[in-house]
Design a protein around this ligand. Sequence first.
Ligand SMILES: Nc1ncnc2c1ncn2[C@@H]1O[C@H](COP(=O)(O)OP(=O)(O)OP(=O)(O)O)[C@@H](O)[C@H]1O
Ligand SMILES: [Mg+2]
Length: 452
Amino acid sequence: MRKIGIVASNSTEMDAAVILNEGEEKNVKAEDLVLIRNRNGNLVLAVCRGGLGSNENLRTVAYSPGVAYARMGRHPSNAKEFYAFGLSIIGDVTKGLEQSKYVIAPSSDVEVFEESDNPMSYLETGPEEEKGRHTIGYYKDMKPWKVPYDPEYIPYHIGVFGVTGSGKSFLARYQLIPVFRQSGMDVIVFDWKGSDYAPFYHEDQVVKLKGVYLDEDVVYQYMLSRMDYFGFTGERKYKNDAAEALEEVIMEGEWRNKSPSEMKQFLEAKAVPIIEEANRDRTGGLTVYGKMYVRKFKRGIKKLQDRDFENILGKKMHEDVERLGVRDVDVILRNVRSEIEAAIRGNLGCEADIVLVTERLYLRSDYPAPPFCIEVKSGTDVSKILPYLIATHNSATGLPLPLDMIDQNVGLPRGFTREFVEEIEANLVRDSELDKFDLQNHFARLNPQKEE
Ligand SMILES: Nc1ncnc2c1ncn2[C@@H]1O[C@H](COP(=O)(O)OP(=O)(O)OP(=O)(O)O)[C@@H](O)[C@H]1O
Ligand SMILES: [Mg+2]
């Protein structure tokens, strides 16, 4: 480390500037890392940004002898010249990395880190034996300064943002993914372009989208859309004899053994008789509708290309995906479950099964109003709840008032529902003897529903 200057006046805990020793203006540059030995007792890590050169003789706000020299193309005295750098504070590094809280004293020494120093060790938080184990990239222009990260933060959301071509995929490929794997995670990459990741991994580790096994229903939907729904729109898209025949042939599954070139013929050969069978007239001939469906089906088939079939012939099942090194789904689910249970124990101080077990009740306040659904703790005695719901129900909707208030058809100003429920509670507490009639009178004025 090398001392480069001292802190200038008007520093705060988060902002300071260094006045450079004579000659250091030729060495110190933006983005250099420095350590401030605060005279107030702590060490502060900072970055040089916003350099400043000053010469009292060359101020532009007023005419002076120096300005006169400058006008003539000559150089005034540089006795009043100095250089400074703004310091962006990273944090207090006296004991690990913490927020800088002490005012940085003017005239504190400022030292710059040189290549052989290791400023990154100040940023490491974990135990001593972990130091240097988790790093990502290096400080710009300083290869030996590997930037540490705290693996605890990896499960949090990570976003990479930047303009096109700024290196997002590059960062993800060469830094982020290796970091995740190092931390014991499995990584699944969805590479829609197919050019950012797929070419960089061994083919055993890549499953092409069109190699994935699709179930019959997905194939049916896909084919139907490729055939423009046989020209039908709205509800008829799926409800017409051509679509139904296609569905039958796809569901039956024999097409899976065919090559793309055999497919068209196969589908037509299978589906047309199904359509015909469903559209015979009394003499056994084809009805007008039958002819139309057959025509539409054949026209639809013509629209298909080999490429469309290639997209549905994939055979890779989820076992193949697991073989890529992804852990068993059951294991992941078990881990998730145990984490949720631990969180409940930690936050609510009770066992998870007490919280998680609820049951749904379907109740009706009066007939013929529709039933509504409430969710209660398992084993709750309904007969205790029911009288309240019936007593407070709105005869126009059949819902108990609190539910009525949040019914989506009721537009309420924000916060009104809460106020209303509090009002009900307050009234109930005040007068526990209220009967159904009293309750309705109490709340009728607050109920924004119709008068009935
Ligand atoms: N750190 C780096 N060092 C050297 N070259 C890099 C670096 N990062 C990216 N590149 C190069 O810059 C080019 C664009 O990078 P990349 O494809 O990662 O950008 P991108 O932000 O993902 O772009 P897009 O928005 O198009 O997806 C690539 O050719 C890559 O090789
Ligand atoms: Mg990219």
